[in-house]
Design a binder for this molecule. Structure first.
Ligand code: PAN
Ligand code: ZN
Length: 204
């Protein structure tokens, strides 16, 4: 017998992963998954056409976020993981989208990657310069620090994307609530258009 194999070795414990990713849509399975639902009623002041938003069923789901927080919020060096599922739909001419945020720790970055559907990732720097990246299954998006990020579902099926960000990044929604993004993603004559926006604060 091979002398190396005959040696007595202590068995190393193994365990199943606490979280599984559903390969069909990226949704998370497991006891420790945190879920957030954002309805049309939760998104007051986000869309340019507030009258249309207010006239819609307020309990209609716009998007859901499923997260895995393996370490406490604020842990330096830790990472969080999340899947966002945005339903298809319009508020007036504007596609359903996330609230969008800067990270509270401004210099923290993030990865997004598209799992299913079609999306537009809006990126805005501190000088309010906006650009956008098209999202399609397999696309990977690096969101640098100091950059606000928001995703619009520009397709006709649920848009699903994964995200990974530092556990100490935090979220600054207030800056966006106050001034919005400097561009909006609209459906104009059946086409997806990104257009300059006035400060949404002035439009409310
Ligand atoms: C994402 C977002 C998620 C929902 O996990 O939090 O897509 O968007 P809002 O937070 O803007 O509503 C992320 O960017 N985390 O940092
Ligand atoms: Zn983020």
């Amino acid at each position: 017998m091979d002398s190396a194999l005959s040696q007595t070795r202590r068995e190393v414990p193994t365990s199943p992963s606490p979280i599984m990713i559903d390969s069909r849509d990226g949704s998370l399975l497991g006891e420790t998954v945190s879920r957030v639902v954002r309805t049309i009623g939760d998104l007051r002041g986000i869309f340019v056409d507030e009258a249309s938003r207010a006239a819609m069923p307020q309990d209609r789901v716009a998007y859901r976020v499923e997260c895995y927080f393996p370490v406490p919020e604020g842990t330096q060096g830790g990472l969080f993981f999340g899947t966002t599922l945005i339903e298809p739909g319009l508020v007036g001419a504007e596609f359903f989208m996330t609230k969008g945020h800067f990270h509270a720790r401004l210099d923290t970055a993030e990865y997004y990657w598209c799992i299913r559907g079609r999306g537009m990732l809006l990126l805005m720097d501190e000088a309010r310069r906006c650009r956008a990246e098209q999202m399609k299954p397999g696309s990977l998006h690096y969101i640098p620090g100091r950059t606000a990020h928001r995703v619009a579902n520009v397709g006709d099926e649920t848009l699903c994307f994964g995200a990974c960000w530092p556990a100490d990044a935090g979220h600054d929604y207030e800056s966006i609530a106050a001034r919005g993004f400097s561009a909006r993603v609209l459906r104009i004559d059946g086409a997806v258009k990104m257009v300059e926006a006035k400060d949404s604060g002035a439009l409310r």
